[in-house]
Design a protein around this ligand. Structure first.
Ligand code: CU
Length: 318
């Protein structure tokens, strides 16, 4: 429980990446030395407080307390050695975390208010969940569409800020098959707390099966259901309600075939093309009363069938 357990403990989540045990070992090293020194200092405070209390005969106190060479050397050299151990140990782990192994599998990450999207080299993108094979180094090439976000997977001990207008890199190698929480850990606006997903670690075989399946959209799923899933997966639900209540964006309820009132462009009928355009080029028309909402563009992040699904879904919300 106390020394670097691979399973979840009271203190730390389980270790599910190659770097996790190293991070924890250093953490516990610092943690226990801190406890030891806390004990020594607290003991001295109470012991000397008692020993030199005023009711005691003060003649016991040393005549000159200005200097004690062995003591001073001890309290300089011992902490110095400890700090140097922490420094070199930490620098070593830091290098490992930041030097991306050659030949790592690359995945592009897009962060935006308030959703994750993962682009695979095979030519498709997966919203919300990052699916990876086990025991494979994964390099993430991350970018933000808007503000500062941060990619955080506690079980992997991996955290990297995503600064707008540049690529941010990080990497990890998952060691256990399973599902792990993925969180945004940089406050990024009203629905920051909903900006989460999963890292799904699969065996090499399952991963290849998934790759094959995810590329073909299952035609047997009705469009309305595709739309309903996309509404959640693409985080439309953080800004658009389906019950008529106004959030950051207008509600989807009952808007089909009504007229959208726009700021500075002409009003438009809400039909198939309008919804498609709203998803791909949201800044083209701005709905009255929602000037400050700033919907992100889903161009390149959403599949055609999902757009078709969302249209059907919005139609169904009477
Ligand atoms: Cu965020």
């Amino acid at each position: 429980m106390f020394l670097n357990a691979t399973e979840q403990t009271t203190w730390l989540p389980q270790q599910a990446s190659t770097i996790a045990s190293e991070v924890d070992a250093l953490f516990y090293f610092i943690y226990y030395w801190t406890l030891i020194f806390l004990g020594i200092v607290a003991f001295c405070v109470f012991y000397f407080g008692w020993k030199y209390r005023s009711s005691n005969n003060n003649s016991k106190a040393p005549k000159s307390a200005s200097h004690n060479t062995p003591l001073e050397i001890a309290w300089t050299v011992i902490p110095f050695i400890l700090v140097m151990i922490v420094f070199f140990w930490g620098a070593g782990s830091y290098m490992k975390m930041n030097v991306i192994p050659y030949g790592a599998m690359e995945i592009n990450v897009k962060a935006q208010k308030w959703a994750w999207n993962f682009k695979y080299k095979e030519g498709f993108s997966n919203p919300r969940d990052l699916v990876v094979p086990v025991n494979t180094p994964i390099k993430l090439i991350m970018e933000s569409q808007d503000v500062l976000h941060s990619f955080y997977v506690p079980e992997f001990r991996v955290k990297m800020d995503i600064i707008p207008n540049r690529y941010m890199m990080t990497w990890f190698e998952a060691t256990k098959i399973g599902e792990y929480d993925l969180l945004c850990t940089e406050y990024c606006g009203a629905s920051h707390s909903e900006m989460n997903g999963k890292v799904i670690v699969k065996s090499q075989e399952d991963y290849e099966d998934w790759l094959e399946k995810v590329n073909v959209i299952d035609e047997s799923i009705p469009l309305v259901e595709v739309g309903e899933t996309a509404y959640e997966k693409h985080a439309c639900n953080t800004c658009h309600s389906i019950d008529g209540s106004s959030m950051i964006g207008p509600s989807f309820k009952g808007i089909w075939n009504t007229i959208a009132e726009h700021v500075s462009t002409e009003d438009k009928l809400i039909d198939e093309n309008y919804i498609r355009e709203s998803i791909l080029y949201p800044q083209k028309h701005i709905v009255k009363g929602y000037e400050n909402g700033n919907m992100p563009s889903y161009k390149g992040l959403i599949r055609d069938r999902e757009i078709e699904g969302l249209i059907e879904y919005i139609k169904s919300l009477k």
